[in-house]
Design a protein around this ligand. Structure first.
Ligand code: 4AD
Ligand code: MG
Length: 477
């Protein structure tokens, strides 16, 4: 006998006299029909039990959630709803599940409830589909870069510099928090800490990736990043995964081309390889949309939205053009925005980004050439002396999904910028070295992986697309 996955069994064209499968009970009805799932597919295999010839003690233990080992014959199904089923010859209970206390009952649970049971939520169709898609997207990302001549580079998780300035950082320390060593000024003496200095969890692998781009030419990172910003929104996590390609000899236009081609490629991959899960999530989203007032409903289904991205060009718009559009927009004139756009130089809030993408352009937008003083120090200064070669990609329903730029490769310009922002040259000596020895035009971007998974699955809350979310006041599991 051969152990099969449920997915393998369901795609069999022929009957098989002897099959073996292991999985968890979704439902058991009429003392006869077990719906068994092992996570290999959204669908369950129906296992038909000959209850008259099965020990009563065993039948009583076939509860929702129990782990079973089933042997039997795979036959064409007599009933409706499935092509094949297993006529069970033996059942072994691998792990019992108390029907009274198992939290995942065969009924609709709220996402809030399932978040509290995140260790069991992948026993549901929605979360198993989301997490299979997350896995597929992650594979598609590695595949894309691998096929396009990039090296996968592992940036450090613990860093000694807050170069990005992307937000608050999490300190890494093994000093005794209750009784830390103090220096003569009475401050905590970090020279006594594990690394002999202050260290934090990384907010981005970009600066290290730049070093590698300046030797291996095309690299990317794909790893966890951490931000201690206290933003309790449906789009922010304290721990999230970021993909950061960095390419030597590539300018901002090349960066936009790369980002667009990359995003289209990974979305095409799941459209071609994860159809069953996408169709399920599409239907889920349509049901959810029906509960909203007409005006708020999306005019596209999930699969239509994904195809729309793969089939249409992203709209490229300069910051200056975007500000003009926003200034003259209805919500700005009628003071419907929380932050009214009055003049050039204003930082864009998510309400503005969403207006541009969802109401004005109605397609993915790449905004570029932002004012220097609202962007990070490493972005390349334009000839106008006031804008930098930055780009953000905005997606419908998500807002900012990618942030990137052409990097400042001129040593003197970079030094001046750091001075103006009070960034210590000593701390970034190695970063400046890259501009001293063989500097070159180079660019890159960061894609927030969970925001991509949100877009591809149609899930509305970022906490529902990462296995065990970390957010302010929450680090359960
Ligand atoms: O725009 P950000 O801050 O850019 C950087 O970190 C650059 N170093 C990237 C680069 O050029 N290599 O972050 C990049 C992306 C955002 O566009 C967003 O998708 C995601 O990371 N992101 C978050 N995702 C979830 N939770 C958060 N708190 C996030 N902060 C940023
Ligand atoms: Mg950003």
């Amino acid at each position: 006998m051969q152990l099969h996955t449920v997915s393998q069994l369901l795609s069999q064209e022929i009957t098989l006299p002897e099959v073996e499968v292991k999985g968890w009970v979704r439902t058991f009805r009429a003392n006869r029909f077990i719906a068994l799932n092992d996570g290999s597919t959204l669908n369950n295999i129906q296992c038909v039990v000959d209850f008259e010839n099965t020990d009563d003690a065993i039948l009583k233990r076939i509860n929702t959630g129990a782990a079973l080992h089933i042997k039997g014959e795979l036959v064409e199904s007599q009933g409706k709803g499935q092509k094949v089923e297993i006529i069970v010859s033996s059942i072994e209970i691998l792990g019992d599940s108390d029907a009274e206390t198992f939290p995942i009952q065969p009924k609709k649970h709220s996402f809030e409830f399932l978040r509290e049971n995140a260790h069991l939520r992948t026993r549901t169709n929605t979360f198993s589909a989301v997490m299979r898609l997350r896995s597929a997207l992650s594979f598609a990302i590695h595949k894309y870069f691998n096929e396009n001549g990039f090296y996968y580079m592992h940036a450090p998780i613990i860093t000694g510099s807050d170069a990005e300035g992307a937000g608050e950082m999490f300190r890494v320390s093994n000093l005794d928090a209750k009784n830390p060593p103090l220096n003569e000024e009475g401050e905590v003496d970090f020279s006594k800490d594990f690394f002999g200095k202050e260290t934090n969890l990384t907010v981005s692998g970009q600066l290290e990736a730049e070093a590698y781009a300046m030797s291996l030419s095309k690299v990317y990172t794909f790893g966890p990043t951490f931000r201690a910003e206290n933003s309790n929104t449906s789009r922010h996590l304290a721990e999230f995964w970021m993909i950061e390609p960095e390419v030597a000899f590539m300018d901002l236009a090349g960066n936009m081309d790369l980002a667009e081609d990359f995003m289209k490629s990974v979305i095409t991959y799941v459209l071609e390889n994860n159809r069953e899960d996408l169709e399920f999530l599409d239907k889920r989203l349509q049901d959810e949309e029906k509960t909203k007032p007409q005006a708020q409903r999306s005019d596209m289904t999930l699969i239509e939205k994904l195809k729309f991205v793969t089939e249409n060009n992203f709209k490229r718009v300069s910051y200056t053009e975007a500000i003009d559009i926003l200034r003259n927009s209805k919500p700005n004139k009628k003071k419907k925005f929380k932050y009214i756009i009055n003049e050039w130089g204003a930082d864009l809030q998510s309400e503005h980004e969403r207006f541009l993408v969802e109401k004005h352009f109605k397609c993915p937008v790449i905004l570029f050439d932002y004012p220097a003083n609202i962007k990070a120090f490493y972005m390349r200064l334009n000839e106008d002396g006031k804008t930098v070669r930055a780009m953000d990609i905005l997606f419908p329903g998500i807002g900012e999904i990618v942030g990137g730029s052409q990097r400042e490769e001129r040593l003197e310009v970079l030094k001046e910028k750091m001075k103006a922002l009070d960034i210590d040259e000593k701390e970034l000596w190695w970063y400046l070295d890259l501009r001293k020895y063989g500097t070159a035009v180079h660019s890159g971007f960061g894609l927030g992986f969970e925001r991509l998974v949100m877009f591809a699955t149609g899930m509305g809350n970022i906490r529902d697309v990462i296995p065990f979310p970390r957010t302010p006041q929450n680090a359960d599991f």
